[in-house]
Each structure stands twice: as C-alpha cells, then as structure tokens.
Design a protein around this ligand. Structure first.
Ligand SMILES: NC(=O)c1ccc[n+]([C@@H]2O[C@H](COP(=O)([O-])OP(=O)(O)OC[C@H]3O[C@@H](n4cnc5c(N)ncnc54)[C@H](O)[C@@H]3O)[C@@H](O)[C@H]2O)c1
Length: 390
C-alpha cells in the first residue's frame, strides 16, 4: 500500500515508518519538525541521541535497501499538503502530526493557542485534502485515551448506548479531558466524525494510552535508526521520568496522591495496532474508534514497579510526593474497554518486563546525557504564565 505518515519524524512516527516500510509498503513522511525545534529553542534533549530525518532515511536505505521518502512541511500549509496528497494518492494516511503534550498546551496562552491551531486546523486540512483529492483513502488518526477523562463509569470504545426517558440511542462517549491538548484531540474527533458522515470518507480514531519503550525490531538494526526517549517535564511521560530519576539517584516525583490511573501501551504494540487498523479498514462513511492500550496503572503502581526494578539493579530510590501541578482527580474509578484491537489479533507486550530490560538499562547507559533540571514540573495548570527552565 501507499501510506503517508504525517509526523513521521516523531517518537512514534519514525519507528512506524520503518515498520511499515519493512512490511513492503511505500512510505512517504510529512513532518514540520516542530518537535525538534522545541528542543533546540529550549535546550531540551532526548536521552538517546537521534539522527536527523535525512540521515535516518539514508541509513535505512543503506541497511535494508528500502526507501522512505520525506517532505518537510506543515499540515497547516494547505497548498503543500493537498499537493502532496493529490500527487502521492495514499491508500492510508497515518496522522501522528500534532503537538502532543498536555504540559506544553498549559504553559500559557500562546502555547494553548498554538496547540489548537496546529492540531485542529492541521486535521481539518487533512480532511479537506482527502475529500478533494483522495476520497478512498483511510485516515488513521491518533487520538488519546485522555479524551475521555476519568468518568465514574466504564469507558467504552468511542460510543455508548444510552437509555433516556424511555428512548435508546448509541451516542459518542462523553469526553471530559483535562488539558487544552486533550481538548484539541476531542475537537479533532468531532470534526473527523462529521466529515465521514457528510463526505462519505472513512476514518479510524485510535484513542491511544501513554506509550512507553523506545526499542522496536527496526530501531535495533542500527543505533542511527533510534527513536527519541523523552524524560523532561513537558514531553517525558511519567514512566520515562521515573526510570531516569532512578538512574541518577533522584527521588521519583509523584504528583499529588498518585492515585491518578491511566492506560498504557508498549511502543511495539502501537506499531502493530496501526498495522491492524490499516489492514482492516472501516466502511465508507464509517467513523470507527479503537481504544489503543493494553494495561492500566496508577502513578503509585508505576513508582512501585520502578522502585522494585531499581533494587534488582542495586539502585537506591526514594519516592517523593509533590504538590500536583495539574488539575485532576487523584483518586478515582478507572476501567476502560480495549477489545477491538485484541479481537483483530493484537498480542500485548507487558510493562513490567520492559522497565527492567529496556528503560532502566537505557537510562543507566545514557546517564551522562541526563539534565536533571528538565525533570521537575514548572508548568502549573492554575498559573497564567509558566516559565521553562533552560
Ligand atoms: N507518545 C504518547 O505517549 C502518545 C499517547 C497518546 C497519543 N499520542 C499521539 O500520537 C501522535 C504521535 O505522538 P509522538 O509521541 O510520536 O509525538 P512527537 O511529538 O514525537 O511526534 C509528532 C511529530 O509530528 C510533527 N508535527 C507536529 N505538528 C505538525 C504539523 N502541523 N504538520 C506536520 N508535522 C507536525 C512533529 O514535528 C513530530 O515530529 C500524536 O498525535 C500524539 O498526540 C501519543
């Protein structure tokens, strides 16, 4: 198949491009490089050193004989985006290309507005380009489990059957996100659902849990094919931060009471889920939703897992509770359904195994690259203007 990967230079997009290229698909990447620009501007760094997109694709060809083409461009640039889609005629578009963190979107007005503009307008442009130039293309869009928030009932896959005053309907599941980033994903979901209905196009919205891990079969071919490993307060997810903290003897910083419970998925399972979605497209006009995660943990459980693994590596760790910079429930019910992808054939990898064998070891190997000033949270949901440490 011809597959366009928007955001194909990012943490997930790059390994996904290699994964699908190795399966024989023709891959074109479109990426604005906004993720790398943030690091350069703010002196942030990936724990694992990463090559630029030109070098990555060159090494991929050298090692496998396969080509991955790329275009540097922004989804908000409609002439460029539509020309790309019209010319390439992808059978599937995997859309990773958004600003992807809650703390970034809560820094201040500028970052919140950028997140809305980049994500919502970018996705609107993708929808219009499909409608105008590539109607049969299947849009595989990355959403997040954070769109649902933490309701006091089970979270279903996209839709819920409701009986109200004696009448029944199947409606989009209510969304109660907890940052402007997550809200941008909710707006995307509504826009995509509407576009499918009115233009007869097809889309899969993948409500993905927090992804962990950085090793896939393809990144292991050569160190120059590595994907990023973020551990900072903006882009680093909690498990990565804990592993890095343990490696340098810094207390594991739990925000608030630590009962915040979320869904998680290994990077190798993300690769497979997207392949499964592409191999099993929805019908025309269908807006399909899959919950893309494999396990559920609270922050306290994650800190205990990392602490336990650290002991096995003879590292001493302390767990420290900080005032929560976010506005979120710290003790709540959480149970989400994830059967659609399992039914299509997903075989999960498990988090406990990855922490010790991969994440902790990588953190120790790259200890000298860790800048501990980047880890503590300085973005507070209640403040109007937050300042990033340099
Ligand atoms: N990483 C996770 O834990 C996680 C969890 C749930 C959902 N997601 C979603 O998966 C997708 C990929 O996440 P990631 O972790 O790889 O993020 P990332 O920031 O590493 O990668 C995103 C890539 O998209 C590019 N990009 C951003 N805006 C763009 C635009 N307007 N036009 C073109 N390119 C653009 C960036 O430069 C970057 O290379 C995101 O949509 C994210 O919201 C990620």
């Amino acid at each position: 198949m011809k597959i366009l990967i928007i955001g194909g230079d990012g943490y997930l997009g790059w390994p996904q491009a290699m994964y699908l290229s190795k399966k024989g698909h023709t891959i074109l990447i479109l990426d604005s490089l906004m993720r790398r620009e943030f690091d350069l501007k703010n002196n942030f760094n990936s724990l694992v050193s990463i090559e630029n997109v030109k070098e990555r694709t060159r090494v991929w060809k050298e090692k496998t004989g396969l080509e991955i083409h790329y275009i540097i461009g922004d989804t908000r640039d409609y002439p460029l985006l539509s020309k790309t889609i019209k010319g390439f005629q992808p059978e599937a578009i995997v859309h990773f290309g958004e600003q992807r963190t809650a703390p970034y979107s809560m820094i201040d007005r500028e970052h919140a507005v950028f997140t809305m503009d980049n994500n919502v307008i970018g996705t609107m442009n993708v929808l219009y380009a499909i409608k105008d130039f590539c109607q049969d293309c299947h849009l595989v869009k990355l959403g997040t489990m954070g769109e649902y928030g933490t309701p006091n009932i089970d979270i279903e896959e996209g839709y819920i059957e409701i009986e109200h005053k004696g009448r029944k309907d199947k409606l989009p599941y209510p969304k109660q996100p907890s940052s402007f980033y997550h809200l941008s994903k909710v707006h995307d979901s509504h826009n995509i659902m509407f576009a499918c209905k009115i233009w007869n196009i097809k889309a899969t919205d993948l409500n993905q849990g927090v992804v962990y891990g950085h090793e896939t079969e393809e990144t292991e071919i050569d160190p120059r094919l590595a994907t990023r490993f973020d551990y900072d307060q903006i882009y680093g997810t909690v498990l990565n931060r804990f592993c890095v903290q343990a490696a340098i003897g810094y207390p594991l910083t739990v925000y608030g009471k630590g009962g915040q419970t979320r869904s998680y998925i290994n990077i190798q399972d993300t690769m497979r889920c997207i392949e499964l979605a592409i191999e099993n497209p929805p019908h025309k006009a269908e807006f399909r939703v899959f919950n893309q995660f494999t396990e559920i943990f609270s922050i306290n459980q994650l800190s205990e897992i990392v602490s336990h693994c650290s002991q096995e590596l003879n590292l001493k760790v302390e767990i420290r509770h900080l005032d929560n910079p976010r506005v979120e429930s710290e003790k709540h019910y959480y149970n989400a359904v994830n059967t659609n992808l399992i039914n299509l054939g997903l075989k999960p990898h498990y988090l406990r195994n990855t922490v010790l064998t991969s994440l902790m070891k990588e953190a120790l190997r790259n200890k000298s690259r860790i800048n501990n000033k980047l880890i503590d949270p300085s973005v507070n949901w209640r403040k109007i203007k937050n300042i990033l440490p340099q």
